[in-house]
Unconditional design. Structure first.
Length: 476
């Protein structure tokens, strides 16, 4: 590990004296060793969090210390008590949410970006961050086959991408009826109707609430048996309106018929926003791209990289056809910002201080390329299909058509389903979460990680079937 003896006396107050050397080196070596051990053993450990790990976290709390501890000791404590209390999302058998384990190059790029410690708000403060943001947005617009002159922004996740895109929609729609929402706010503004499907994701409702649209004022459109919005039932509303469509139902994986939704919207001039947190990536694989048919006809889109692309948390992406509406909705000015001669990242998103999340996004896109992205999406979809087939053969009922990476399973009654989910989580071979579908409890299996193998799927199917058998026998 090298000589770390000086760390015992190293404090923040000593930093200036040490900077001519490299006070980070021993700690980074130490952190790398901990990280290497963590990742090399990830597939051998309990996928969830054992009770002992919950209890061991207590040593991280207590009163804030009066005197600081040596950095080496702080890092050791974080690894010893913190690492066991993490969910093993970086392994191949975590299926509890649409959360991808980061591909290796993105972890390394993230480390490098942390060492740079760039505030990616202005080109002047971090040229490489601003430039990479332009590069990745152009690549993504091309990959998804969206209008080439669209504007975009990188944010924390799809929820904030929804907020960003819908703020642009709010600006454009109210400007169209003579209202300056950035200057005059929402008090007294002409109303904007908001239309969503019955299976709208909870984060979309939160995004609408943050923008002043409200959670309960939306018009809800009935859906089919897979959760897809029935475009023919969208109400025809005169005046400003936003229709929020969805690619990738978080339970079933089903995708709204975007082309049909956009056709309805044309009749009234409604703005169509597509929440494609993970489903937007179906456009990247020829076998699944039909699920996103008509995507380019919408007005704005939201997705992220930390789900199916498998970049580190956090990485949200907003894209808006009307780039000027986005810029005006997000504009900020101050005397010390200087002339805006280049694309300034903070002028396109809600955040000012912001990390350089374009770095690992660029690394993922550069490392995988179009073919690698398509293969990654298709491989996880194939794993989901294998789950459905294996569990059906085991006598269980799959509740959805497996079109993407989502599988829902019933074990009979709600009580048995809850018991099986709990047992699977406690056994630790894999980790699957629960949901409610059409009024009944179900296990939800989300296959999102590049690290998942066919063997991981076989092991997990066997563990789930064994848990079901044990719970069934226990209740006889």
């Amino acid at each position: 590990m090298g000589d770390t003896s000086f760390l015992s006396a190293f404090t923040v107050g000593d930093a200036a004296k040490q900077l001519r050397g490299n006070p980070y080196a021993p700690l980074l070596v130490q952190a790398a060793e901990y990280a290497q051990t963590y990742l090399s053993t990830i597939n051998d450990r309990h996928v969830g969090i054992p009770e002992a790990a919950f209890q061991a976290m207590d040593v991280l709390g207590g009163e804030m210390p009066e005197e600081g501890q040596a950095a080496e000791a702080v890092l050791r404590l974080l690894d010893e008590a913190g690492s066991p209390a993490t969910m093993a999302v970086m392994g191949g058998r975590f299926f509890g949410g649409v959360i991808g384990g980061s591909i290796p190059v993105t972890v390394a790029a993230h480390w490098l970006a942390d060492a740079w410690d760039q505030n990616a708000c202005l080109y002047e403060l971090s040229p490489v961050s601003a430039y990479l943001e332009e590069v990745v947005l152009a690549w993504l617009i091309d990959l998804f086959e969206l209008p080439a002159d669209s504007g975009g922004a990188l944010v924390t996740g799809t929820q904030m991408a929804d907020v960003t895109a819908l703020a642009a929609a709010r600006h454009a729609l109210l400007q169209g009826v003579g209202w300056d929402v950035e200057a005059d706010g929402m008090f007294g503004a002409p109303p904007i109707a908001v239309i969503v499907g019955e299976e709208v994701h909870a984060t979309m409702l939160k995004a609408l609430a943050l923008l002043g649209f409200g959670r309960e004022r939306v018009h809800r459109v009935p859906v089919d048996n897979q959760g897809r919005m029935r475009a023919s039932l969208i109400p025809r509303i005169e005046g400003p309106a936003v229709i929020c469509a969805q690619l990738g139902n978080v339970n079933s994986g089903a995708c709204d018929p975007i082309a049909e939704v956009c056709e309805v919207a044309k009749a009234t001039g409604a703005w169509v926003h597509v929440d494609g947190a993970f489903g937007l990536w179906a456009k990247a694989t020829p076998k699944r791209s039909h699920l996103a048919h008509g995507l380019e006809q919408a007005d704005s889109w939201a997705t992220d990289g930390h789900k199916w692309l498998n970049t580190p948390q956090d990485c949200g992406i907003a894209i808006v056809r009307d780039k000027e509406a986005l810029r005006r909705a997000m504009a900020i000015s101050a005397a010390y910002y200087g002339p805006l001669s280049k694309r300034e990242p903070m002028q396109w998103c809600p955040e000012s201080s912001r990390r350089a999340r374009a770095v690992e996004l660029w690394a993922a896109l550069r490392n995988l390329g179009r073919k690698g992205i398509a293969a990654q999406i298709e491989r996880t979809c194939s794993h989901a299909e294998a789950f459905a087939e294996g569990l059906c053969k085991g006598g269980l009922r799959v509740l959805n058509d497996v079109v993407l990476n989502q599988v829902m399973v019933s074990f009979g009654s709600d009580e048995v389903t809850e018991r099986v989910i709990d047992r699977v989580q406690r056994d630790g071979v894999c980790w699957c979460g629960g949901t409610v579908w059409k009024g009944h409890k179900a296990m939800r299996i989300s296959v999102s990680s590049w690290a998942t193998t066919e063997e991981d799927v076989r092991m997990s199917i066997a563990a789930i079937l064994q848990a079901y058998e044990r719970e069934t026998c226990r209740m006889l």
